[in-house]
Design a protein around this ligand. Structure first.
Ligand SMILES: Nc1ncnc2c1ncn2[C@@H]1O[C@H](COP(=O)(O)OP(=O)(O)O)[C@@H](O)[C@H]1O
Ligand SMILES: [Mg+2]
Length: 364
């Protein structure tokens, strides 16, 4: 029997949590699929931890409902929810060995001794920590402690694993290693994971879907590529990766392509959801979609003049800051191999891209 076909299906309906006059979680609704790796991503203070604590049962909702496999668990005690947790403030017990830490959730559930031993062994094997089972937490590195915390969270076969910035304390290199291990663990277990982070790269590389939070509300939900390629708002485009923004006024719409007047010249933009003629519009454009040219071109249909303010060498690519009259600084990234000799500070350069490379976003 796999775990996810039993009860991993979580639904959150109109959940609300208010602290004083701050709505930490403001009318959030969300459906989490069984076996999914779902990431809550957002700036500090956007309500990620509060939502996770409500799912765990440690924070009571002011309004709304949480359902698990069709059953209402809104008022169920945390220990009755059977969720595994890896939280920042939920460290290993310092006086217990690795083995005893991992056995702890099983012991409080009064599982038989033979079952505890087998489950501890399985969990420690999964995180490659069986050889250090007799150590105390302080005899382990940060990464090893995090692996034990993971083993403890999954030893009792939870319905759901909740992880709140579990890699926050690790250095960058180690973080990437443990990210891969967590991802592998998710694939092996098939359990639903709800993962909180403020690190966009971590979210992009690990998740089936990402929920972007802003001030207690969901800004957008989607797969990593949906959110990266089709951000709906300026906020999402700027939070997930780098983005340039070009604002203008719609002049005409022809065959699904809008002609937009900007202070630097006209541009074309694909998309069906364009507003009416005369309205203002903002186009988000990823820096890597922009080509830099010495002369204007007819190949790429959008072409605006600018002046190179600064550039940086970043290994695989070059990053340019281009001043565009009436628009401001625009960031462009090109492959280092394509670095042309004309690309020098103070020189004019043309920014070129195709109408389908941009995406129209709301200003909020
Ligand atoms: N126990 C609490 N008492 C008062 N305010 C809180 C409490 N917990 C969270 N908040 C507030 O709720 C908002 C969301 O916080 P939090 O959920 O911790 O955000 P995140 O995890 O995204 O950083 C913040 O404004 C925070 O200050
Ligand atoms: Mg938090």
């Amino acid at each position: 029997m796999t775990m996810h076909d039993t009860q991993g299906d979580l639904s959150i309906e109109n959940l609300l949590k208010q602290y004083g006059n701050v709505r930490a979680v403001d009318d959030v609704s969300l459906h989490i699929r069984p076996g999914e790796f779902l990431t809550l991503l957002g700036p500090s203070g956007s309500g990620k931890t509060t939502l996770l604590m409500m799912i765990a049962g440690f924070v009571a909702a002011d309004a709304g409902r949480i359902g698990l496999g069709g059953r209402d668990i809104t008022h169920l005690a945390p220990e009755q929810r059977n969720f595994g947790m890896v939280f920042q403030g939920y460290a290993l017990f310092p006086h217990l060995s690795v083995r005893e830490n991992v056995a702890f959730p099983l012991k409080i559930r009064r599982r038989p001794k033979s079952e505890v031993e087998a489950a501890v062994k399985t969990a420690l094997d999964r995180v490659q920590m069986a050889h250090l089972a007799d150590r105390l937490p302080r005899q382990l590195s940060g990464g090893q402690q995090q692996r034990v915390a993971l083993a403890r969270a999954m030893s009792f076969q939870p319905n759901l694993l909740l992880l709140d910035e579990p890699l926050g304390a690790l250095d960058r290199k180690l973080r990437v290693d443990v990210q891969m291990e967590i991802k592998k663990l998710h694939q092996d277990l098939g359990t639903t994971f709800i993962y909180v982070t403020h690190d966009q790269e971590e979210a992009l590389s690990m998740s089936d879907r990402i929920v972007i939070f802003r001030q207690g509300r969901i800004a957008q939900i989607g797969t990593p590529s949906e959110l990266y390629n089709r951000p709906q708002s300026r906020f999402v485009a700027a939070f997930l990766g780098e983005s340039d923004f070009i604002a203008g006024t719609v002049q005409s719409i022809d065959g699904g392509i809008a002609r937009i007047a900007t202070p630097a010249g006209e541009i074309l933009q694909n998309g069906t959801k364009h507003p009416s003629i005369g309205s203002n519009i903002t186009v988000a454009l990823r820096p890597e979609k922009i080509a830099l040219l010495a002369e204007p071109t007819a190949d790429r249909r959008n072409c605006l003049p600018g002046r190179i303010v600064a550039w940086r060498y970043l290994g695989g690519h070059l990053c340019f800051e281009i001043a565009v009259e009436g628009i401001g600084p625009i960031r462009a990234e090109i492959a280092a191999a394509e670095g042309q000799t004309f690309l020098q500070e103070g020189k004019q350069a043309w920014l070129a891209w195709q109408p389908q490379d941009g995406v129209t976003v709301t200003e909020e």
